[in-house]
Write a protein that binds this ligand. Structure first.
Ligand SMILES: Cc1cc2nc3c(=O)[nH]c(=O)nc-3n(C[C@H](O)[C@H](O)[C@H](O)COP(=O)(O)OP(=O)(O)OC[C@H]3O[C@@H](n4cnc5c(N)ncnc54)[C@H](O)[C@@H]3O)c2cc1C
Length: 335
């Protein structure tokens, strides 16, 4: 295998026929910058039609082209047909790298086609870089419990496949390129060969309290919390600040809060104006998921790592500080 035979980067655009999932757009924006350095072209791969307005949003992210796939087997998201489509396309065009949003579906089908192509798949990178010496993409992510940032490469195989979690990169469209190519591909997969069948569809209960990714304010409760009886005050604080509650992984592990509220590398990535953390030590697996204009940390340990990340640090008992903040906010409400 000659690495030089493989060119250009692809982003898979996951969609429901109406709207493109934001992660595809985020990836196009980020990879535009990388492709400007590597000299690769950036293609969006869209399986099944998308409305023109949605395609325009993708084009605004600075792509050089669209690979539009039609055919049988794509009536619902399924690993067999979609992995096959990428295997067929990749063998035809030899892309250097393929990026897939780390959604439930993306995390399932990307490794599958990577295996079919005998190549490597990296999951959950937080940063992407490129080594001009080797031509390899560097997938950078926390490892060893967050103690180091690992640089993962696929040094001998192509394409380099990576899944990236929603919210990892910013959606900041650089605008359309002067020329956008369009490649039409027909790839048919026998629907009878799809090994799963949709039996029913039950939409997620769209509880707005569980949607914290873009909340204006997040009050994050960490493992310093004694037990669930102590939680209510943090909900009250979040309400008073017009925000939502989130947590670190141990709180989910302890069964105190649901997974959807876990913030960090293996949870939700949040972009917020104001982030309060209470009893959070500051492991990089957690802080990697926080993009806050203002970060306030409360911890009883003055040496806690979290104080290296925050804009304002308060050393003290988390419940006492929370109660005081609630009292101050309520006093203001009365003024
Ligand atoms: C692959 C991988 C992925 C991971 N993904 C995530 C992720 O997505 N999100 C995540 O959160 N973690 C993740 N983790 C776990 C992560 O490494 C940490 O273990 C976790 O973030 C620690 O949570 P914490 O800070 O709440 O708990 P701890 O590290 O136990 O810290 C608790 C803090 O509370 C303080 N404290 C205790 N009592 C009080 C009190 N009364 N008042 C004030 N402060 C008090 C302590 O001083 C301490 O600093 C991941 C780990 C791995 C290996």
């Amino acid at each position: 295998m000659q690495k030089s035979d493989y060119k250009n980067m692809w982003v898979y655009i996951e969609h429901d026929g109406v709207t493109a999932a934001p992660v595809g757009l985020e990836l196009c924006c980020e990879l535009r910058k990388l492709c400007d350095r590597t000299g690769d072209k950036l293609f969006a791969v869209i399986i099944n039609p998308l409305p023109e307005a949605e395609e325009k949003k993708i084009i605004d992210c600075g792509i050089d082209g669209i690979i539009a796939v039609r055919g049988t087997g794509y009536d619902f998201l399924n690993t067999d047909a979609y992995a096959n489509a990428f295997t067929v396309l990749s063998r035809k065009y030899n892309p250097s790298a393929i990026f897939v949003g780390g959604t439930i579906f993306g995390r399932d089908f990307a490794p599958r086609f990577a295996v079919q192509l005998d190549t490597g798949c990296t999951s959950d990178a937080m940063e992407l870089d490129w080594d001009p010496e080797t031509g390899d993409i560097q997938f950078i992510e926390p490892a060893v419990g967050g103690k180091i940032m690992a640089v993962i490469t696929v040094p001998e195989l192509r394409p380099q496949v990576g899944t990236i979690r929603p919210g990892t990169f910013k959606y900041a469209p650089p605008g359309p390129r002067p020329v956008v190519e369009r490649l039409e591909e027909e790839i048919n997969f026998d629907p009878a060969a799809i090994r799963v069948r949709p039996l029913n569809f039950i939409p997620d209960d769209a509880d707005p309290e569980m949607d914290i990714a873009n909340a204006d304010c997040v009050v994050c409760v960490g493992n310093g919390l004694k037990d669930s009886e102590h939680l209510e005050r943090y909900r009250t604080l979040a309400r008073l600040l017009g925000g939502k509650i989130g947590c670190t992984r141990p709180l989910y592990d302890r069964g105190i809060l649901p997974y959807k509220l876990q913030i960090g590398q293996s949870g939700v990535m949040v972009k917020t104006k104001l982030y309060f953390s209470f009893g959070v030590s500051g492991a990089v697996n957690h802080t990697a998921g926080v993009d806050a204009d203002v970060f306030v940390a409360v911890d009883k340990n003055p040496d806690a790592q979290i104080f290296n990340y925050c804009d304002y640090g308060i050393v003290g008992d988390m419940d006492e500080v929370c109660d005081e903040l609630i009292a101050q906010l309520r006093a203001r409400e009365k003024d």
